[in-house]
Design a protein around this ligand. Structure first.
Ligand SMILES: Nc1nc2c(ncn2[C@@H]2O[C@H](COP(=O)(O)OP(=O)(O)OP(=O)(O)O)[C@@H](O)[C@H]2O)c(=O)[nH]1
Ligand SMILES: [Mg+2]
Length: 362
């Protein structure tokens, strides 16, 4: 699962990337077109800490997501043949987008649009995502219609229906992520990698001096998160990056000074996880405590396959203790004694925080 960072040049994308991934890429230097930074982020999870206390494992493994940082783009082109070269092509492979929007004031750093106006920039990027999809869909539709003139083809007819649905939405200046698509429809259009279909996290990048007004800023942009598959988070990327470079003791002191809590940043990463429709189930033992990433709605048998294909193939049953129950007694044996361990079959829909032991045959 990949989150692609997008936004205007010099909005703080690489700064955010460094903060999130603990990376040390150059900031303020214009990430070059075609340059891609990749990093892996551990998803903070208090439940792992509790399970660690219970099982005292040799190894601890968090859920992870990949973040990707690319060059900025202004999206000022109105030339339909150029639009694709303007958008960093790498972000097409992302599963979700994080749009970094500059809200910080800095007289020494000119804004590519001449002034700081976060709402304008949010809308402009959305327009660009929609526009690039429109170009793609229109081109495809031409091909489809040409083909259907020559031959009757059910598969192509089906594709036409989905592309029509997309075109209607895009022509109304609305993103595809607002629409519901069936699994079948999704399969049909997956190859186009439409940007406006990707879940979007809007990251409002505020300056250090705005940190004390965080709640006001949050209220100002709250409506953005009303749209389906959209979330907003307020951070100061620069402060977070600098905090990340400190050793833990100094960091704690700095954060107290600035009045920021650890959870502000953890929340950004947790949100991105949720935005992707991901949840974790947990496994615990002396060897390892492990948070495993699955798509919400996955069955027990499919989830077993995330650990090992043999678990899925030879699946017999899942022994499930909900995390809250386990944390209540802090002992697997005690939870079992109290009858809190359930036996679930292959069709069981795994819940976030299920602590699972899979029984299987190979
Ligand atoms: N004052 C201030 N400056 C910031 C903040 N966040 C980022 N910057 C500065 O903005 C400049 C650009 O930051 P980058 O992270 O390189 O921006 P970018 O979006 O990756 O830029 P491109 O790669 O050119 O698209 C750097 O000089 C940062 O130090 C902030 O919260 N406050
Ligand atoms: Mg950059």
């Amino acid at each position: 699962m990949i989150i692609g960072i997008v936004g205007l040049p010099q909005s703080g994308k690489t700064t955010l990337f460094n903060a999130v991934c603990g990376a040390r890429q150059e900031t303020g230097g214009f990430t070059a077109a075609g340059e891609v930074h990749r990093g892996i982020v551990k998803v903070p999870d208090d439940r792992i800490d509790v399970l660690t206390e219970i099982y005292k494992p040799k190894k601890i493994t968090h859920a992870e997501i990949e973040w990707m940082d690319v060059a900025g783009f202004t999206g000022e082109t109105s030339d339909r043949n150029k639009v694709d070269s303007e958008l960093p092509t790498a972000v097409r492979e992302a599963d979700a987008l994080a749009h970094v929007v500059r809200a910080f004031e800095d007289d020494n750093l000119p804004h590519p649009k001449g002034s700081v106006d976060a709402m304008r920039d949010i809308r402009a990027l959305e327009d660009e995502l929609i526009f690039s999809g429109l170009v793609l869909a229109e081109k495809r539709m031409e091909k489809i219609e040409r083909r259907l003139k020559v031959v009757k083809d059910d598969k192509v007819e089906k594709e036409k229906a989905v592309i029509d649905k997309c075109l209607e939405q895009l022509n109304a200046d609305k993103p595809l992520r607002d629409l519901d698509f069936s699994d079948d429809e999704m399969k049909t259009i997956r190859g186009f990698q439409f940007l406006s279909i990707k879940p979007k996290l809007v990251v409002i990048n505020i300056g250090e001096d705005q940190l004390s007004k965080r709640d006001e800023v949050e209220a100002e942009f709250a409506s953005i998160a009303d749209a389906p598959h959209c979330m907003v988070e307020i951070v100061s990327a620069k402060v977070q990056m600098e905090l990340g470079e400190l050793d833990p003791d100094d960091r704690k002191m700095f954060m107290d000074d600035l009045g920021i809590t650890e959870s502000a940043f953890d929340r950004l990463i947790r949100k991105s996880y949720k935005l992707l429709g991901l949840i974790s189930f947990l496994t615990g033992g002396e060897k390892e405590v492990h948070a495993w990433t699955i798509k919400a709605g996955m069955t027990a048998q499919k989830s077993a396959g995330v650990i090992h294909k043999d678990f899925e193939k030879g699946f017999i049953k899942a022994e499930v203790i909900p995390y809250d129950k386990l944390a209540e007694v802090m002992s697997e044996a005690e939870a079992k004694k109290r009858g809190w361990m359930r036996l679930e079959g292959k069709e069981y829909i795994v819940k976030d925080g299920d602590v699972i032991i899979f029984r299987f045959n190979v």
